[in-house]
Design a protein around this ligand. Sequence first.
Ligand code: SF4
Ligand code: SF4
Length: 330
Amino acid sequence: MSRAPKQSEYHPMQQFLAAFPAVSGNTVNGLGETDVRRPSPFFWHPPDKQTHGRLQAEVINYHRQSAAMREHFDSNPPGGRGPAPVERAAVRIDKPAARWSEELKAFALANEGDDVRITTMKPLYVYEGYALADPWVVLIAVAMDYDELSQAPASFENPTAGVVVAKEYNRASRVSRRLANHILAQGHHAKAWPGPYASALSMMPAAIDAGVGQLGKHGSLIHKALGSSFRLSAVTTDMPLVSDTSEDFGSEDFCLNCQICTRACPPGAIRNDKQLVRGVEKWYVDFDKCIPYFGETLGCGICLAVCPWSRPGTAASLAEKMLRRRERIG
Ligand code: SF4
Ligand code: SF4
């Protein structure tokens, strides 16, 4: 991470600043709002359905100047992005919800997934202006190679940390599309949400409720085994399933006393204190500060790489330590 500028020395690139709309991304995200509401469509949405479409296009075009990034963005990347949707089978197979849940998890794990969790659909998982009828959300986590991620920030000369993100989003896409087709073949409705391009579904709150991880100060999830070195995709379905539950394994306590990501973030985008966002107090990353640096470094990822939970083999022992500490202090 030697190429990252110090916070005092960082100046955003003019081409990204010029693409910002008049409204702040933090306002769109609901920073400071006291009422709970659904999220507004934002980055990784169709450009005409959000306020920051021009900025998003500028970031994507910049990333596409890297041949290595293009290879993974293009229509036929290494490994592909998974199959097209199949027709739902005419005959619907019925099994107990617990059995379907086990089978879906086993299928996803056998098809490149690294962790699979289930939760019930809630209105707050759906962006404003969209509707989703499926009652279940299946979340899939795929790990990123830590050594590759740790080369963040990426550049045109060394795009490794950007490429690992694109590569793993393609894997997440393959798992979600195969799983959706597997469900459709049993006669149930299913739709894959490959990420990072969102439309209706906001995956992060669903992933927290399903127990994939806890929100970290860096605004991303911390997984009990993978730390923050992973990506998400999802499948929504009407197949009857059993919900997993959220899990408090102590990362929240750790974040309260840690400032590694806040100090490492070159534009100083990571707030050290929780903020009120759409009626909920939570860790928050200043979008307007993060995104120019995210743009010029092919997706940045410094905060994910420096997080102690991301170091291979560390998360499980940190969780144990934090829970023991909590028992000790009561
Ligand atoms: S680096 Fe520290 S403060 Fe930031 S998310 Fe990780 S544990 Fe939390
Ligand atoms: S991704 Fe954004 S928040 Fe994280 S270190 Fe980079 S600029 Fe900061």
